[in-house]
Design a protein around this ligand. Structure first.
Ligand SMILES: Cc1cc2nc3c(=O)[nH]c(=O)nc-3n(C[C@H](O)[C@H](O)[C@H](O)COP(=O)(O)O)c2cc1C
Length: 405
């Protein structure tokens, strides 16, 4: 049966005036293709060229760090005073071909910062198997909105047309939202309203810094999908509060990186996962919505937009499997990507496989990309281990936390 794809091809104007040329976005994926000193590599530029040429209206660059003390991985980009602005500008430029948009996702890994180059710190000190971190002091928390705002200003300065503030998947701002990580008794902890305060302050300060014509999105969990974590009712309160902050887009996803929790990037069940939550979110906010998670077919994308559940569909793994998926889905006859099936995958194996697939796309050798999951994990870990010395040489080993109790 023919699918009416017009709904995906329609442009969408965000409240700030930035226009997304269609409804398909490349969701944030930490590609770990930085050079170890927080700078984009030629490979990374090529990767974003492929998505931009492939028809995506928007590409989000995963995990671009606002504070080099707390990276997710040493292959992350960093927006700091020593950033290589010429290379960042090149990345912004190739990602903007033919009306496409490219925005960095502003990240801070907090409690989940990469241990070999960091001393992880989140809302509260934790010592559970697989996760040890310090608590950020009140003054360190108060400094965060300014840190995000300065990073956003740098992003604007090199030519990006927006940013996505990362408050999902268990990284710092998601940690503040989540009772699993946030056990604070000050004004940033307790009720969901209190747990939202930091995120709201970040959004306000970023907006004050970048002005009204620059796009600001937030990625947030519909739930942590873990007992004791952020649940859907709390997430709706967060969405309603965010709705008053002049945001351009809220990207709904779910799942958290916490020991024992399934990551949505590692998930194998059929999707899409968060469309029903998005329908509920529509009743509490007028902010445009993007939904990311589990979209595998054009039919699913068309239905989600046509039924009004979302304005934009976010695709992560589909875009890693086929960087031209947007062009295919916008025309007739374009095939859906073939998702690989993995038998008994080890924890993190699927994410490692997809991350290494991004490197293959960047190098144009994806046709020869056939590692086992354990090989993918090994290469992924070894690549980051090989960057530790560069990271420390650039940012200083002892850039480790002056501000932490
Ligand atoms: C390799 C890989 C890296 C990811 N890195 C990020 C990231 O840096 N930031 C983020 O918000 N989500 C990240 N995700 C999660 C995706 O954005 C998305 O929420 C999740 O994969 C579900 O969408 P999908 O079913 O389209 O893959 C990553 C996913 C994959 C597969």
């Amino acid at each position: 049966m023919e699918i009416d794809t017009d709904v995906l091809a329609a442009p969408f104007e965000l409240p700030c005036g930035v226009v997304l040329k269609n409804r398909l976005a490349k969701a944030a994926m930490s590609d770990s293709l930085g050079d170890g000193a927080g700078r984009p590599t030629d490979e990374q530029v090529e990767l974003y060229r492929r998505w931009s040429n492939g028809g995506a209206a928007l590409s989000l660059i995963g995990e671009v760090q606002v504070d080099y003390r707390y990276p997710e991985r040493p292959g992350n980009l960093v927006l700091w005073p020593g950033a290589d602005n010429a290379r960042l500008a090149r990345l912004a430029d190739v990602g903007s071909t033919d009306g496409a948009r490219i925005w960095p996702q502003l990240g801070h890994a907090g409690a989940l910062a990469y241990g070999p180059v960091s001393r992880p710190a989140g809302p509260s000190a934790l010592n559970v198997e697989g996760l040890q971190c310090d608590a950020l002091t009140p003054s360190a928390v108060d400094a965060l909105p300014g840190i995000y705002a300065r990073a956003a200003a740098r992003a604007r300065g090199v030519g990006f047309s927006g940013v996505q503030i990362h408050a999902g998947h268990g990284f710092l701002l998601s940690q503040f939202l989540s009772p699993l990580f946030n056990r604070r008794s000050d004004r940033y902890g307790g009720s969901i309203e209190a747990r939202c305060q930091l995120l709201l302050a970040v959004v306000r300060e970023v907006r004050a810094e970048v002005g009204s014509e620059f796009a600001i999105a937030v990625k947030i969990n519909s739930s942590d999908q873990l007992e004791g974590g952020l649940d859907e009712d709390d997430a709706l309160v967060a969405m309603s509060l965010l709705g008053d902050e002049g945001l351009d887009l809220i990207d709904i996803s779910g799942g958290t990186y916490f020991p024992g929790a399934p990551a949505s990037s590692d998930r194998r069940s059929s999707g899409p996962y968060f469309v029903e939550f998005a329908r509920r979110a529509r009743t509490v906010t007028d902010t445009p919505l993007m939904v990311t998670g589990g979209f595998k077919t054009r039919r699913e994308a068309v239905d989600a937009v046509a039924t009004g559940a979302t304005d934009i569909v976010g695709l992560a793994r589909a875009m890693a499997l086929d960087p031209d998926v947007a062009t295919k889905w916008l025309g007739q006859g374009g095939a859906d990507p073939q998702f690989p099936s993995f038998e008994s995958p080890p924890a993190g194996g699927i994410t490692a496989w997809f991350t290494m697939r991004l490197a293959a796309l960047a190098n144009g050798d994806e046709d020869d990309f056939k590692p086992s999951l354990s090989e993918a994990i090994e290469t992924y870990e070894a690549r980051d281990a090989g960057r530790i010395a560069t990271w420390e040489g650039t940012f200083g080993v002892r850039s480790r936390p002056a501000t932490i109790e």
